[in-house]
Design a binder for this molecule. Structure first.
Ligand SMILES: *Cc1c(COP(=O)(O)O)cnc(C)c1O
Length: 418
């Protein structure tokens, strides 16, 4: 594929990489992504409220009904009738967009109500809502850290955390995934004079579905005078006895300095947030540039999210159904011989380890009615490439049995399981 000389964009291609369309072609080839050539060509339509069955249309128009094992809407709240109802009512009352940043005309009573509800969810003093989780991390880290400080990241943290860390201008340190001795070594290596120290970790890691050892991280932070920031994107609503996240799971609620999360995973919409001390939140309203300079989320979405947080607090049965499904699917996969890593959440990796096989398996699964996501290099090492299954509480046992049957068939055909 060539773009010829009719593009000026190559000047901007990172790494002096020549033709940018060549880069796209090389990437598609290395990931063997041909069957889903473009995201425009892949449309997902919900077949019914709270149904895990969807219709996908591929590039070229082929349609399949599939069981959705690739959505982060773990609690099926995207289609909850109360949420949709609140969203519609707010649309009639407030219109569909805000037309201003939060500090100007972009804050309604609903926005403040949501922030208070999220603060209450975490039993924190206050909360600030950002346009999305990505911009929450960028805004928070770059507002709090600067030259002369040091940020210490788990190597598997989300991309937005690394981007925010770099943008802040602070010194960067990383530690081996979940490896507490290595974290301690990195902390020890920081010069005594460098007092601004922030350890950042995902609560649930998005590629492995495992949990950060938050209790140990907090201990180390205390011992070495560092603060702790956690990103609860995949944990909120799911992890912990009442779904309040990783801190609740480890019994460390109230001991984390900064909690960030997204409204796009279990909450099912879009948006990000940060909770913590009232002073921290006031500071962020002026100094987090992704808040100050970015238009606020439309009121209908905010209204839906208010219902979502009420449900995440009150609907323990919905969370129990999710955990039933997580165990059912994970045990089923392990039983037939799949390696599911150290998953402790609604994200279940299914290790494949061979990129060519992975692409074939992923496509065959979809053609046989099971939609999954794939994780490839550079998100993980090539030899650690995998399918990533996301569990929703709307799956029935019959749905999961069907998924397990198809996964075992395809896994056996490709020699992944015996
Ligand atoms: C998804 C995710 C984000 C980004 O959230 P968006 O709302 O999609 O921008 C940030 N951090 C983690 C850990 C995530 O999984």
């Amino acid at each position: 594929m060539t773009a010829g000389n009719d593009t000026h964009f190559e000047e901007f291609a990172p790494g002096n990489g020549g033709d940018i369309l060549d880069k796209v072609a090389r990437l598609e080839q290395s990931l063997r992504l041909r069957p889903v050539k473009s995201v425009e060509g892949l449309c997902v339509k919900l077949l019914g409220a709270a149904s895990p069955r969807v219709e996908v249309q591929e590039h070229g128009g082929e349609r399949h009904d599939v069981l959705m094992l690739g959505s982060n809407s773990y609690l099926s709240l995207t289609t909850h009738p109360k949420v949709v109802e609140a969203c519609k009512a707010a649309c009639d009352r407030y219109g569909y967009g805000m037309g201003a940043v939060s500090l100007y005309a972009g804050t309604t009573d609903l926005h403040r109500q949501l922030e208070q509800l999220i603060a209450e969810f975490y039993q924190a003093e206050d909360c600030i809502v950002f346009p999305c989780g990505y911009s929450a991390n960028i805004g928070v880290i770059s507002a709090l850290c600067g030259r002369g400080d040091v940020v210490i990241n788990d190597i598997c943290n989300h991309a937005s955390i690394f981007d925010g860390s770099r943008l802040s201008g602070a010194d960067q340190k990383v530690y081996i995934h979940g490896h507490m001795r290595h974290l301690e070594k990195q902390l020890k290596a920081i010069p005594e004079t460098q007092r601004g120290r922030l350890i950042i970790t995902d609560g649930v890691f998005s590629m492995d579905g495992d949990l950060a050892p938050l209790d140990v991280i907090i201990e180390l932070a205390r011992a070495y005078g560092a603060r702790v920031m956690i990103d609860e994107a995949h944990a909120a609503g799911v992890v912990g006895p009442t779904g309040r996240g990783t801190a609740e799971y480890f019994g460390c609620a109230g001991q984390v300095d900064i909690t960030v999360g997204t409204l796009s995973k279990a909450p099912g919409a879009i948006g990000g947030y940060c909770v913590g001390k009232a002073s921290l939140i006031s500071y962020l309203r002026y100094y987090a540039r992704t808040y100050f300079f970015s238009t606020s989320i439309p009121a209908p979405i905010i209204a839906g999210l208010i219902e979502v947080f009420k449900l995440m607090i009150a609907d323990q049965a919905g969370r129990d159904r999710l955990w039933h499904n997580i165990r059912y699917l994970r045990d089923g996969l392990q039983h037939v011989g799949f390696d599911t890593g150290n998953s402790q959440s609604a994200i279940i990796p299914v290790m494949i380890g061979d990129e060519r096989k992975l692409a074939d398996i992923h496509n065959e699964l979809r053609h046989r009615g099971v939609f999954t996501n794939i994780v490839t290099y550079p998100a993980v090492r090539r030899k650690a490439c995998r399918l990533r299954l996301s569990v929703m509480n709307s799956l029935t046992e019959a749905d999961m049995d069907e998924a397990l049957r198809v996964l075992s068939e395809v896994g056996r055909e490709h020699g992944i399981i015996p």
